[in-house]
Each structure stands twice: as C-alpha cells, then as structure tokens.
Design a protein around this ligand. Structure first.
Ligand code: IFM
Length: 477
C-alpha cells in the first residue's frame, strides 16, 4: 500500500464495509422512447430539436434505448457488482404536461426498474428531477415561475405514493445550478434563455421545489425515508490580488445560494447585494425559507474539476474558460466581471482540468461547515475518446485515462474519509455512454461503451477495474 502521494495514485486503500459503490445515469440521457407510452415533451426535447443548440443536431429520441433494454442493463450492473444505481425519473413520463393525473405507463416503467434493481440486490437512488422539465410547464414560465415549484411537489407526491419505501435515497434535484444558470442565464442548456433575473428566480424556485417536494414525500413515503439533493458545488481557486473578491462572488452564486437556504435557512446577504441590479429577490415569499430548509439524510456531491478566478481588469480581452459552452448569455448574473482562467492540465475530453485534490478539498470543507451531514459522491467521472479493439475474447476498450481519473478520485475520497468526512458512497458518472446535453453524443462518460448504431454494450477497462474495487473494497493496484 502507498499513501500520501501528491498524484493521488495510491493503491490498496480500503473502503468501509457499508460504503455504497454504484454508478449513475439520468433519464433523458439514456432512456430514448421519447414519445412512447404517453410521455410528454420536455424542454430537452424542444431544445435538442432546435437547430444549433446541440452538437450535430443530436437528440435524446433514442439515446441508449434503455427504456426497452433496462433488464439487460440491470444484468450488466450485477456483472460489475454495483451495489447502488442512481437514476432519474422523467417527470413528463409521469405527468405528460407537468400537472394532472399520473400516466400509469410511466409509473409502471419506474416500478419495473426499481423492482428489477431490488431483485438483483442493487439499491435504488432515485432523482426526481434531472433537467427534463415538462415543456407545458416551461410554456408557463418554467423554473422562473413559482407555480412550477408547487407542481413539482405534486409530482413528487405521485412518485412517492407509487415507489414508496422501495427507494434507498430520494434525491429531489440534480445540480440546480445547471438548471437555473445554464437554462435561464447562459442559454447553454434548455430552455436556452439568457436572462439573469430569470436565472435567479429559477434558483429560488428550484430551492423551493426541493423543500416542498420533501414535505410531500414525507407525507406519503412509509418507513424512514432518506432525503437528499445533489449539488455541483464549485471548487474555486483564487488568482492574484483580486482572486479573493472573485472567489467570494462565485462561491456565493454557485454554492452558498443553495447551501444557505437548504441548510442554514437564509440567502447570503452578499449574494443579494451583488445581484441587486439584476433582481430585487421579491420572489422570496414569507415562509419560503422555512419550507426549503428540510432535514437531509445525506447531501449529494457531484465533482469533476476546479475553477480559477480573478476580477477582470476591464481592458485586456476577458478570459472565460469556465468549462461550459458559451451561447452568449451569462451564468453569473451580477458577477459578469469575474474572469475564469485557463486551468493547469491535464484535461478530459470536455476540456475540464483533472484535479483530484479538488474533491478532497470539497468534501473536507463541507464536512467542516456541516459536521453532522453525511455526504455521498453522486457523480464523478470523465469523458475521453474511446477506441474499440477486437481481441481474442471480444471487443475491448482500454480506457486508461478514465481508469486513472477514477483511481485518483477514489483516492481523494478515501483521503477525505481518513480526515473524518462521513462519506457514505460513490456513484460513478456514468454507467453508460450517453447524451451529453449540448455536446450530444460526442462526449463519452460511460464505464460501459454504447455503440449507438447497434446498442451493443461493452464494459470498458474502467468498468472492470471498478468491479474489482467493489469486490475487494480496495483500490486495485
Ligand atoms: O452528464 C452530466 C450530468 O447529467 C450532470 N452532471 C455532469 C455530467 C457531465 O457533464
């Protein structure tokens, strides 16, 4: 066993017996069957079918065809020894227009999925919202409209009544930062709006939706349900004399605007001040903050890379290497004067820098701020261009870079545990190659390769490595 290396390539580290190893996906990214069994259109159907929004005009119409192939995908999870599977439920399969009675066929699909997981001994971690908002709700204003949060609670109740105590962890939202700021601010994600005030209203309505959904779930789910939310908190490195001010602003908009109301019952005063010219925050109504602050059993943490920031001097060309597509809007309302500098490499195929110390730093910082709150890595992984090679025992993908990325980040997670962090599990993103939003099928995050022509699944070397980690509970040499 080696420990303490700066490159985070330790091996032999052992994870606790109850640590939950799994992998994650999301409905629109894998399911396909976009118009089947009563599913209504979502904002991602609309967006992906709008020319110029997604690379190559790709859509989620077919994706991994998981809707029809989920049994074989579950069998593959068993082969790899996954202990948990984090998936999301498509709201427009349950309520095609986002309101009204449940669509029985949609509920039945997720019932079969959950039963199939349980029958195979795999714990279901269900996310209620991973970005596929029913288009009909967007037509009424989407997340910038308060009524969407109330509709979300009704949807949560319907799902809670059906799936009940079969779900190990209920996650309300995945990465509300992306839904709000990329969806309504920068325009890079559906619905593609570029309006800072709407983005901030969306932040609040997503926070509110989380709180109302947990209240609704608590009324209908029996037993002792575990409630959660998954955030893509930003790990921010300040640069130069203005770095601290830039980091404060980005930490406010990316992290504290969620952590504050969710865990402390308030919006940070500096964020409200920084955004005063964008919005007056009158969308926060009396009682909202109490509704948002619900006890959480675990906080989901998605981590991929870091950002380095400083204030723009207003003269030199502004640097904006924030790792997201630039569609012309802003993901940082009120703080457009922050520069995102190029990160030191190496990089993944997304152009995101690889820095496992960021994961360790993030987990330790969260633990220090909220010592009683258990954490789970609900996403971590990397996109790389894969090559399929034919070998004697069949097709193989020797994805050495992804394997190395995972090794280093599992080491970082282990180090966080050694420093006292109550880390409950790790869900690798992603189980399957899939529709990577604005990048379509051009970026492959899967530990299992998907041939989009034949739908053949090929476990990559990273999946085999992960299977060994799960089997031995130690980071393989
Ligand atoms: O594919 C996404 C996922 O849907 C949300 N978190 C980040 C992943 C990689 O971009």
């Amino acid at each position: 066993m080696t420990t303490g290396t700066t490159d985070y390539r330790d091996s032999g580290l052992e994870f606790p017996a109850d640590f939950l190893f799994g992998s994650a996906t999301a409905s629109y990214q894998i399911e396909g069957a976009a118009t089947e069994d009563g599913r209504g259109p979502s904002i991602w159907d609309t967006f992906s079918h709008t020319p110029g929004k997604v690379w190559n005009g790709d859509t989620g119409d077919v994706a991994d065809d998981h809707y029809h192939r989920f049994e074989e995908d579950l069998d593959l999870m068993v082969e790899l020894g996954l202990e948990a599977y984090r998936f999301s439920i498509a709201w427009p399969r349950i309520q095609p227009t986002g309101r009204g009675p449940a669509n029985e066929a949609g509920l039945a699909f997720y019932g079969r999925l959950v039963d199939g997981l349980i029958a195979r001994g795999i714990r279901p971690i269900a996310t209620l919202y991973h970005w596929d908002l029913p288009q009909a709700l967007e037509d009424e204003g989407g997340w910038a409209n308060r009524a969407t949060a109330e509709a979300f609670a009704d949807y949560a109740r319907i799902v809670g009544e059906r799936l009940g105590d079969r779900i190990t962890v209920w996650t309300t939202l995945n990465e509300p930062w992306c839904s709000a700021y990329l969806g309504y601010g920068s325009g890079a994600h559906a619905p593609g709006l570029m309006d800072g005030a709407k983005a901030l209203a969306a932040v609040h309505h997503l926070n509110l939706a989380h709180g109302l959904a947990i209240q609704a779930l608590r009324e209908v789910v029996p037993g002792d349900p575990q409630f959660s939310i998954t955030l893509n908190l930003h790990v921010i490195r300040p640069s130069g004399p203005t770095g601290a001010e830039a980091a404060r602003r980005i930490d406010g908009l990316a992290n504290r605007v969620f952590l504050g109301p969710l865990l402390d019952g308030e919006y940070p005063a500096d964020v409200v001040a920084d955004t005063a010219e964008v919005t007056d925050w009158s969308f926060v109504h009396p009682g909202d903050l109490e509704a948002i602050r619900q006890p959480l059993a675990v906080l989901g943490v998605n981590y991929y890379s870091t950002v380095t920031v400083r204030m723009w001097d207003g003269a030199s060309p502004k640097v904006n290497a924030d790792g997201h597509k630039d569609m012309g809007g802003t993901a940082w309302p009120g703080s457009e004067s922050v520069e995102f500098l190029e990160q030191p490499g190496p990089y993944t195929e997304m152009g995101w820098n690889i820095d496992p110390s960021g994961l360790e730093d993030l987990l330790v910082a969260l633990h220090q701020a909220y010592p009683a709150l258990p954490l789970m890595v609900t996403e971590n992984g990397a996109a790389f261009d894969d090559v399929v090679v034919e070998e004697a025992d069949g097709p193989r993908v020797h994805d050495v870079e992804r394997l190395d990325y995972l090794r280093r980040h599992f080491t970082a997670a282990h180090r966080a545990i050694a420093r006292g962090v109550d880390l409950r599990g790790y869900q690798v993103w992603s189980f399957l190659d899939n529709f990577e939003w604005g990048y379509g099928y051009s970026k492959r995050f899967g530990i299992v390769r998907v041939d989009y022509d034949t739908q053949e699944r090929i476990p990559k070397d990273s999946a085999r490595w992960y299977a060994e980690l799960i089997r031995t509970r130690r980071i393989p040499a």
